[in-house]
Design a protein around this ligand. Structure first.
Ligand code: TAP
Length: 484
C-alpha cells in the first residue's frame, strides 16, 4: 500500500477550479492508527470562500436545471466509472484517515459507485403523474422542480457513501451543490471530489469547501441563496441546523443519531444472533448511526447467549485497519476515544458490570480500545440512553417479548432495530410496535440496500428519507400543472 497522500495539500473546488482558501491556512488530517502521521492537509476556508462557492452554485443552477435529466444522469455514470478505477486508493485513504478496516472502506467506496449508477438511472425515470381533471378539456399533471442550491454537510464516519447518497440525487434532480465534508475525513472527501471534477460537470454545479462546521457549515445554513440543507451528523448540530434553516424558510433534511437495540428471543438461532450482534455493534468500531448498542435478551437463554457472545468478542483482533488480520480499527480520533472511555467509566459508576474490554490497547500508538460488553444495564443509565458511537454493547435481561419491545422503545432515538426469533408472532409484533425507521428480522442492525428508503423516527431524523426513490421528496418540490 502506498503513502502517496501523506502531507499533500488538498484545495477547495469552486466554480470548476481548485483553489486555496483566502485564509492561506490549511490543517493536517491525522491518522488515528498512528497520530504522528498526517494523511493530508485540507483548506481552512473562510466565509469569503464560502460566498464564492454559493455564488458559483447559484449562477450554475438555471443551466443545470434546464439540462435534460438523462444528460445529468450521464454525468453521474461518468463519475461512477472514475470512482470505480480509484476504489482501492480511496479506500486506503479512508482507512488511514478515520480508521475503519480496509475491507469495510472498500465496501463503502464500491457502494458509492453503485449509488451513483442508481441515481444516474433515475435521470430516465418518471418524475410526475397525470391526474384526471373534472374538466374534459384540461390536462392536469405534476412536475418536479429542483430546489436550486443545496448545501451538503456530512459526518466523518461514512466519508464516501454519505456525501454520494446526498449529492447524486441532488444533482440528477437538477440541483447544484456546495459540499462541506467533516474535517476529520476531509482528505477522503477531497478524493471523491476529484472524481467529480474529472467528470467535467459544468462550472459551479458541484463546489467543495473544507473548514470548520461553525464557520462553513453554519455559513451554508444561514446563507439566503442556499435553498436546501441536507445534513447527517450528531443530534446537537442537527437541531441547530434545523432551527437555522427553518428560521429563514429553507428546506432541510436531518439524519442524526441512534441508540439501536437488538432483541434476542428465547427461540432465536443463538449463533446467528451472536454473530449479528458482534457485527452490527462492533464493525467500524461501533461508529455507525445504525450500530447495535443495546442487546435485549430473554432471560431463559440469557446465560447461554452471554457466554457465546463473550467467547467471540474476546477473539476480536483490534489493530491497524490496513493489516489483513485486523477485524476492528481504532476510534476515529482522540476526542472519540475520550468520549468512549468516559462512557465506560460512567457505565461502571452507574452500576453496570463490565464483563470484558473497554481498555486502551497499550501496544498501539493510536486511539485503540478493546470492545466492551456490559451487563446489568437498565434503561435509566446513560449507556442505555445516549449514543456512545463506540464499540460498547450493553446487555439487558427481560422476561417476555412485550417487555423487550417496551425496553427497546424506551429511548428518544428510533433509527434501526433488529430482532432474532423464529416465531412469526414475535416478529409481527416487533414490526408493528417497534419505533424505528429501519426494522430488521434475523439480520444485523445496519443500513439498508441503496434502492430502499433510509431514515429514522423520533429524535433520529427529521422524518424525510434518503436513498432510493424516496430521495426525490427532499430534493424537489412538486409543481401542479393545469392546462386548459
Ligand atoms: P457532527 O459533529 O454533528 O458533524 C457533522 C457535520 O456537521 C460536520 O461536517 C461538522 O463539521 C458539521 N458541523 C458542525 N457544527 C456545525 C454547525 N454549527 N453548523 C453546520 N454544520 C456544522 O457529527 P460527526 O461527529 O461528524 O458524526 C457523528 C454523528 O453522525 C453521530 O451522532 C452519528 O449518529 C451521526 N450519523 C448519523 C447517520 C444517519 S444516516 N442517521 C449516519 C452517520 C452518522 P466539522 O466536524 O468538520 O467541524
Amino acid at each position: 500500500m502506498s503513502t502517496a497522500t501523506q502531507n499533500q495539500t488538498y484545495l477547495n473546488f469552486i466554480n470548476g477550479e481548485w483553489q486555496a482558501s483566502s485564509s492561506e491556512k490549511s490543517q493536517g488530517s491525522i491518522n488515528p492508527t498512528n497520530p504522528d502521521e498526517v494523511v493530508g492537509n485540507y483548506q481552512l476556508s473562510t466565509k469569503e470562500d464560502l460566498n464564492q462557492a454559493i455564488e458559483a452554485a447559484d449562477h450554475a443552477k438555471t443551466a443545470w436545471r434546464k439540462l435534460a435529466a438523462p444528460e445529468r444522469g450521464n454525468y453521474l455514470f461518468k463519475i461512477a466509472d472514475i470512482l470505480e478505477t480509484r476504489v482501492d486508493e480511496i479506500a486506503e485513504t479512508m482507512t488511514r484517515e478515520m480508521g475503519k478496516t480496509f475491507p469495510e472502506a472498500k465496501g463503502e467506496t464500491m457502494r458509492g459507485v453503485a449509488i451513483l449508477r442508481y441515481y444516474a438511472g433515475e435521470g430516465m425515470r418518471k418524475t410526475g403523474d397525470v391526474i384526471p381533471s373534472t374538466d374534459k378539456d384540461a390536462l392536469m399533471f405534476t412536475k418536479r422542480s429542483p430546489l436550486g442550491v443545496v448545501g451538503v454537510i456530512t459526518p466523518w464516519n461514512f466519508p464516501v457513501a454519505i456525501p454520494i447518497w446526498k449529492m447524486a440525487p441532488a444533482l440528477v434532480y437538477g440541483n447544484t451543490v456546495v459540499f462541506k465534508p467533516a474535517q476529520e475525513a476531509a482528505i477522503t472527501a477531497a478524493k471523491v471530489m476529484e472524481c467529480m471534477a474529472e467528470a467535467n460537470l459544468p462550472q459551479g454545479v458541484v463546489n467543495f469547501i473544507t473548514g470548520s462546521g461553525s464557520t462553513i457549515g453554519q455559513g451554508l445554513v444561514d446563507h439566503p441563496k442556499v435553498d436546501g440543507i441536507t445534513f447527517t451528523g450528531s443530534e446537537n448540530v442537527g437541531r441547530r441546523i434545523g432551527q437555522g434553516a427553518l428560521a429563514r424558510g429553507a428546506k432541510y433534511q436531518l439524519e442524526m443519531g441512534g441508540k439501536n437495540p437488538v432483541i434476542v428471543a428465547a427461540d432465536a438461532d443463538l449463533d446467528l444472533a451472536v454473530d449479528a450482534t458482534i457485527s452490527g455493534g462492533l464493525k467500524s468500531t461501533g461508529q455507525k448511526c445504525t450500530a447495535t448498542s443495546r442487546v435485549i435478551v430473554q432471560s431463559s437463554i440469557y446465560d447461554e447467549f452471554k457466554e457465546k457472545l463473550l467467547e467471540k468478542v474476546k477473539q476480536i483482533k483490534v489493530g491497524d485497519g490496513l493489516k489483513e488480520d485486523s477485524w476492528m480499527g481504532p476510534c476515529a480520533s482522540e476526542s472519540q476515544f475520550n468520549t468512549v472511555s468516559s462512557y465506560i467509566d460512567k457505565g461502571k459508576e452507574e452500576g453496570a458490570v463490565l464483563l470484558y474490554g473497554g481498555e486502551p490497547v497499550k501496544e498501539e500508538k493510536g486511539y485503540f480500545i478493546t470492545p466492551a460488553v456490559f451487563e446489568n444495564v437498565t434503561s435509566e443509565m446513560a449507556i442505555a440512553q445516549e449514543e456512545i458511537f463506540g464499540p460498547v454493547l450493553a446487555l439487558m435481561k427481560v422476561e417476555t417479548i412485550e417487555e423487550a419491545i417496551e425496553v427497546a422503545n424506551d429511548v428518544e432515538f428510533g433509527l434501526s432495530a433488529s430482532i432474532f426469533t423464529t416465531n412469526i408472532q414475535n416478529f409481527l409484533s416487533f414490526i408493528d410496535d417497534m419505533e424505528a425507521g429501519l426494522v430488521r428480522v434475523n439480520a444485523e442492525s445496519a443500513g439498508v440496500e441503496l434502492q430502499a428508503p433510509f431514515g429514522g423516527m423520533k429524535r433520529s431524523s427529521s422524518h424525510s428519507r434518503e436513498q432510493g426513490e424516496a430521495a426525490i421528496e427532499f430534493f424537489t418540490s412538486i409543481k401542479t400543472v393545469f392546462v386548459k
